[in-house]
Design a protein around this ligand. Structure first.
Ligand code: DGT
Ligand code: MG
Length: 602
């Protein structure tokens, strides 16, 4: 991190001194508020949220009695016998509230970075800039200010931060009016100060700090550990050098710090101590994995493990429904206790999951009973690989996570969705050769490299196409008409997949992306998965030796196996197809908008 001055006055390029305006918002007594929003009658009571034997948070009514975060329940009841305790071990409602808050903050069209469940950073720099341009100079600060400035900063940050304080107030109002949550906000020219100043006036209030007070505010922090990016190890290392408070850190020279830390780290520590931080607000996207864990004293019986996994799976599927993406990879984690060595360690295994287990209803992935049984079979298969059942075992934690997704499977009208829906029909038909849509065994085959191709399209937002579901049904019905017809892959007419103009763009992107990727070798998705036994042998996938010369091999390789086989069959026996046979020239005669057209090198 580069050092930036905290003074506004002694620089020639003043306009870039404190250019940013950052808001940090923290929900007051978050879990307790979620409960109070659901049941307003709780508001007047001292309320504690219990997880195991600990009160993880409490409302401000309870805090008046001296209830502190992470107090033992027994101690909490001693200081406040009338404390109403609610179990907060099921995080579902808290997650939903957290997502709703995040979604509400997106309204201002500024980058929003989620931090934990109840905190968000918002970079309002551009919005502030716009308002300053349109609104002249008459801006007043909303809420508290850490310290009144002696004079105006010539870079203009005071005005900008005043505008940011107004925006923070609007945001807090929206969160209250629409979701019922009171919040605190911190407003500063960087994330560090915005976060640290936020709780200064709690609850339900906001504080702004001007850049020139950054260092003096930081010096009030008693422990270096209070700085967000300083963890326990760095704290220990600093304390071993007798650097305990932030003020101590401010007084140590970077050269001294460099003796104990890397050069970058030394500069960063010094800057942080002075309230300087250049880290950007990174827009939060969907999580890379969705998982749940259950910890306990000891479980040593397989049937109990299975029960715990079944419960976790139920909860996990709720999260998947809310998330909207279709998972293609499942990870099982165990924490094993080594009774002899009195220690424990974690082990994980993962396998691919067939996307066809999930069906999309109104944009939500859902799983049938049969699908859930298949997932349980996979889970227990992974468990059996992690545990040698011929010997006693002792577990203290089981975890389940979906770790990869076909992000845009849910985008209505997307070519990926279109294709994959069709493919799920195909895979069922190919496996069972009839119209029974319940595949008889866990189908790992559809999670071939094709699935990662669809994941690569995750950023492709597409317009909804109301026609799509109808079309898919139509194709499915059509294929169910005659077993003979269905049984012959060559009769599965790819040319039936008509694309709208937006989809054409997406397919072109797929073609381009796949070429881009070919420039940089990357691990096959299959290789990233530890449990190769559970996968279909994909060594044959992507073998395009038989393809006509006009076919872009990268695009071909990115297709699902079924479709690859179908195309190969057509190329072997062109009489079964209306598709072009040998040359790009013939391609031009093919029906417009056929999928095949887009495999061709241009
Ligand atoms: P606040 O912000 O001081 O008004 O109170 P909270 O409750 O919002 O506290 P915060 O922002 O530190 O944490 C947000 C939620 O996270 C809180 O409502 C409960 C949960 N939480 C906080 N600390 C812990 C902890 O140490 N363990 C567990 N299990 N949950 C915690
Ligand atoms: Mg909070």
């Amino acid at each position: 991190m580069e050092s930036s001055s905290s003074s506004c006055y002694n620089h020639s390029s003043v306009s870039s001194d404190h250019p940013k305006s950052i808001i940090h918002i923290d929900v007051d007594c978050f879990y307790a508020q979620v409960e109070m929003v659901r049941k307003p009658e709780l508001r007047s009571l001292p309320l504690g949220i219990q997880q195991k034997n600990i009160v993880v948070t409490s409302n401000y009514e309870a805090r008046k009695y001296g209830i502190k975060k992470c107090m033992l329940v027994t101690d909490a009841l001693k200081v406040c016998p009338s404390l109403k305790l609610l179990n907060g071990e099921d995080l579902h409602n808290y997650r939903t509230a957290s997502n709703n808050i995040f979604a509400a903050l997106l309204h201002w069209k500024c980058p929003v970075e989620k931090l934990g469940m109840d905190e968000n950073f918002i970079d309002v720099t551009n919005l502030v800039e716009e308002r300053v341009k349109n609104g002249g100079d008459g801006f007043s600060l909303v809420g508290h200010v850490y310290s009144e400035p002696m004079s105006e900063c010539i870079c203009g940050c005071h005005t900008r931060l005043k505008v940011a304080s107004q925006i923070a107030s609007e945001m807090r109002k929206k969160l209250f009016d629409e979701l019922g949550f009171t919040t605190c906000a911190g407003i500063a020219h960087n994330k560090l100060l915005a976060k640290l100043i936020c709780p200064l006036h709690k609850p339900n209030d906001q504080t702004t700090i001007y850049p020139e007070h950054g260092a003096s505010f930081m010096s009030t922090l008693q422990s270096v550990r209070a700085i967000p990016s300083i963890g326990s190890k760095t704290t220990e290392a600093l304390i071993s050098q007798k650097i305990v408070t932030v003020s101590d850190l401010q007084q140590v020279s970077v050269d001294v710090l460099k003796k104990h830390f890397s050069s970058d780290m030394a500069v960063r520590l010094k800057n942080l101590s002075l309230g300087e931080d250049n880290t950007p607000v990174k827009q939060t996207g969907k999580p890379q994995s969705i998982g749940l864990e259950d910890s306990f004293k000891t479980v040593s019986v397989k049937s109990e493990v299975e029960e715990r996994f079944a419960t976790l799976l139920q909860r996990l599927l709720v999260l998947v429904r809310e998330d909207g993406r279709i998972p293609v990879s499942l990870r099982v984690t165990l924490r094993k206790k080594d009774v002899k060595r009195l220690c424990s360690h974690r082990e994980s295994r993962q396998c691919q999951v067939s996307p066809s287990i999930f069906t999309i209803n109104n944009g939500t992935p859902t799983v049938t009973e049969v699908g859930q049984q298949k997932l349980m079979t996979s889970i227990m298969r992974l468990f059996n690989k992690l545990i040698d059942l011929s010997k006693p075992f002792h577990l203290t934690l089981v975890g389940l996570a979906f770790t990869k997704f076909q992000e845009r499977m849910t985008g209505r009208g997307s070519i990926v969705n279109y294709l994959m829906n069709d493919i799920s029909v195909q895979s069922v038909l190919n496996i069972t050769n009839d119209c029974d849509t319940s595949a008889s065994s866990m189908d790992y085959s559809a999670a071939s490299p094709s699935s990662s191709t669809t994941t690569d399209l995750s950023d492709a937002e597409v317009e909804p196409s109301p026609k799509k579901p109808k079309k898919v049904n139509w194709i499915a019905k059509k294929r169910c008409l005659s077993k003979g017809e269905v049984a012959s892959p060559s009769k599965l007419r790819v040319s039936e997949l008509r694309l709208n103009s937006r989809e054409l763009e997406k397919v072109s992107e797929l073609r381009l992306n796949s070429r881009d990727r070919s420039l940089t070798p990357r691990a096959s998705p299959a290789k990233e998965i530890s449990d190769t036994d559970t996968m279909k042998d994909v060594s044959d996938a992507g073998n395009c030796d038989d393809c006509p010369s006009y076919v872009d091999k990268e695009v071909f390789n990115a297709l699902p196996d079924e479709m690859q086989q179908e195309l190969k069959a057509m190329w072997k026996n062109p009489s079964n197809s209306e598709l072009p046979r040998s040359s790009p020239r013939n391609m031009n005669k093919a029906k417009p908008n056929t999928i095949l057209k887009y495999f061709v090198h241009k």
